[in-house]
Design a protein around this ligand. Structure first.
Ligand code: GAR
Length: 190
């Protein structure tokens, strides 16, 4: 049984799907901690509803101390899942959890990645670039934004009339469908 920590700063729809998945598929893993950099993020309310421990990090603590690493060790975390977490992961954490931190990105990397490329910014860029497809990328996290090795991708069509919000909708569908099972696969081949 593996222990997962989810780092999230937003709504937490992916976090919720992951929690539900591992409740339904017993014996693989459990989400035991939600970490957020935003004290008022809806994902924290969801954690409370689900009875999962939550922790809010401050920028100075995250980058200048190893408190977060101690926290993760206290919970015996095996895998860190970034699901809408927008801060760059500091190198002490990448080193301690090399190959054990994964992120989901709402586009087909290496296109449309990097600092500032998150949420609707990504979908607007996809639209402006006239892309015929978009999708999701699940990848390992290293010291640079969105550059770690790719684990899984799934694509969706972008129709000429699709607006950024329509692309967001299609991409979110793929995220909710694939993220949790891909995490399960990773943990089971470990
Ligand atoms: C997801 O679409 C995820 O791909 C994106 O944030 C959203 C979080 O949604 N992440 C990034 O853009 C990272 N660059 P959620 O809070 O509903 O799970």
């Amino acid at each position: 049984m593996k222990n997962i920590a989810i780092f999230a700063s937003g709504r937490g729809s992916n976090a919720e799907k992951i929690i539900e998945y591992f409740k339904r598929h017993e014996g693989i893993a459990r989400v035991c901690l939600i970490v957020s950099n935003k004290a008022d993020a809806p994902v924290l309310d969801m954690a409370t509803r689900e009875g999962i421990d939550r922790h809010v990090i401050k920028k100075s603590t995250f980058y200048q101390t190893k408190d977060t690493l101690n926290l993760l060790h206290n919970y015996q975390i095996d895998l860190i899942v970034l699901a809408g977490f927008l801060w760059l992961v500091p190198s002490y954490l990448v080193e301690a959890y090399r190959g054990k931190i994964i992120n989901i990105h709402p586009a087909l990397l290496p296109k449309f990645g990097g600092k500032g490329m998150y949420g609707m910014n990504v979908h607007k860029a996809v639209k402006e670039n006239g892309e015929k497809e978009s999708g999701i990328t699940i990848h390992y996290v290293n010291e640079a934004y969105d550059e770690g090795n790719i684990i899984f991708q799934a694509a969706c069509e972008v129709a000429p009339e699709d607006q950024p919000k329509d692309i967001a909708h299609k991409v979110q569908h793929l995220e909710h469908l694939h993220f949790a099972p891909e995490i399960a696969k990773l943990l089971q081949q470990d």
